[in-house]
Design a protein around this ligand. Structure first.
Ligand code: GAP
Length: 461
């Protein structure tokens, strides 16, 4: 089944409590979203899967959580103050602002292309000359707004890692090669209206800087390039194995020279086949020694590593896998979305999340609201709640409740019926039915064996 159109996901995301447009009661706020009760769980689960793969399951990567607001010199050294810019043009009639590269790629459906140039909806084919616009948000620290009080909201997490390189080496007694991972919010003053959470002003990233010895021959860094390629493939694998993305909707694409960021000697993107075409999910960049060198120069504090073998202080080289958490979340929803006919020929909507990613793992559903079912249903709920995020739902018909759980991607439902609790003076069997989301298969198990039976069906949870 092809990926659904974006409106379908936007509507489901709002209706079912994943993602809400920000500040809706005030008319919204462009390119900003709030994550609802299920969205926040989904986001946590994806971050957790990344952290597990990148930090916990490896012995060569450690974590970090650096300050968001930091010395503005960090962004001077990193090159973001001078180079983190987009070329913008304004329509001379209506003053609407467009990103030139996106305009040329046809990203503004409202802008028509004519023989004499582009025409915005209200204007003529008359745009200003391109100007470079810095995408960092500026703020001020303290009560006086002057040059000395300027601070920037971070547009990437990476710099917090570079400036702590020496602290991590010294405190954790790390030897090269090793990595430092960080996942948190970043900010960019994006001009092109985003497609849902694909491009937002505030978004979350999952980044890792992997430091290694510099190559002996800078012009022919064979070992470094092999390391870079191994990260490219490792990261591609993560999207299918950990997030459960359909492999045919993923590809790798190398950046052209013109596309490369100011810090990169080479970048490969992991791309997803969105409803509007291929788009970036993650970039794996060869940052060489750019950042450590620049911070060393501007701070006057060289960021080097003592290589015991050569007996020299060297500046490590870096491979950076940089992923978008909120973008991956949107892809997880798009990719998991399935429509299939149910037994009555109606549409059954299912988010086929991998269990480890699914926000809710189990739903406890008494067959009806009948008071006789409640004590056992509550007992089952209390049994499962400490182990997995579990929902209890007794309103509406059981069929509608199954549909609701399918639509939010809950892998398993547990149903308590009159056979469980007994009826008409007959004792119950204290067994419940497990219903699997994808196959809709139903299996009866005793409550005493329920936790083991669910654990078997919830790998990695
Ligand atoms: N430190 C390198 C870096 O930030 P990037 O390619 O600019 O590289 C990494 O960003 C990832 O962050 C992207 O692949 C994308 O998934 C995500 N990302 C970037 N800008 C975004 C935005 N405005 N909204 C949502 N996600 C974004």
């Amino acid at each position: 089944m092809p990926a659904p159109d974006l409106d379908t996901i936007v509507s489901l995301a709002k209706r079912r409590g994943f993602i809400f447009p920000a500040a809706e009661i005030y008319g919204g706020f462009a390119n900003a979203y709030d994550y609802g009760p299920l969205g926040v769980e989904l986001k946590r689960n994806i971050r957790e899967a990344w952290w597990r793969a990148m930090v916990r399951e490896r012995d060569d990567v450690v974590g970090l959580d650096a300050a968001l607001l930091t010395n503005p010199k960090v962004w001077v050294a990193s090159g973001h103050v001078a180079n983190f810019t987009d070329p913008l043009v304004d329509c001379k009639t209506c003053q609407q602002r467009f990103r030139l590269d996106h305009l040329l790629e046809g990203a503004y459906p409202e802008v028509e292309k004519h023989a004499e140039g582009y025409k915005c909806p209200r204007g003529k084919c008359d745009f200003t000359e391109p100007r470079q616009f810095n995408m960092m948000f500026k703020t001020q620290v303290g009560p006086v707004a002057d040059e000395a009080s300027v601070a920037y909201l971070p547009p990437e997490t990476a710099q917090g890692i570079f400036i702590n390189f020496e602290n991590v080496v010294a405190s954790m007694r790390r030897k090269l090669p090793f990595g430092i991972a960080q996942s948190r919010v970043s900010f960019r003053n994006e001009i092109t209206p985003g497609r849902f959470v694909f491009r937002t002003l505030e978004f979350e990233q999952m980044e890792m800087e992997y430091f290694c010895l510099p190559p002996k021959d800078r012009a022919n860094p064979a070992e470094y390039l092999a390391l870079y390629q191994s990260w490219v493939h490792e990261r591609l694998r993560w999207y299918t194995e950990a997030v459960g993305i359909e492999p045919s909707r993923l590809r790798l694409r190398e950046h052209t020279k013109e596309e490369l960021s100011h810090y990169s000697a080479g970048t490969t993107d992991v791309e997803y086949l969105f409803p509007w075409g291929w788009g970036e999910l993650e970039g794996i960049a060869s940052r060489t020694d750019f950042d450590l060198t620049e911070h060393g120069k501007l701070s006057g504090h060289p960021l080097t590593y003592f290589d015991e073998e050569s007996g020299q202080h060297v500046v490590p080289w870096v491979v950076e896998p940089a992923a978008g958490l909120t973008r991956t979340l949107a892809v997880a929803m798009l990719d998991a979305y399935t429509e299939e006919p149910d037994e009555k020929g109606d549409k059954r909507v299912v988010l086929k999340f991998k269990p480890a990613i699914a926000p809710v793992k189990v739903a406890v559903l008494p067959l009806s609201k009948n008071a006789a079912l409640q004590p056992t249903a509550r007992r089952v709920f209390d049994l499962l709640r400490p182990l997995w995020l579990t929902q209890y739902d007794e309103t509406q018909s059981i069929g509608r409740r199954y549909r609701r759980q399918d639509e939010i991607g809950t892998p398993l439902c547990v149903t308590i019926d009159f056979q469980t609790v007994g009826e008409g003076g007959q004792p119950g069997d204290d067994a419940v039915t497990i219903r699997e989301r994808d196959s809709q298969e139903q299996t009866r198990v005793p409550v005493s064996g329920l936790v083991d039976a669910l654990r078997e069906r919830l790998p990695g949870c």
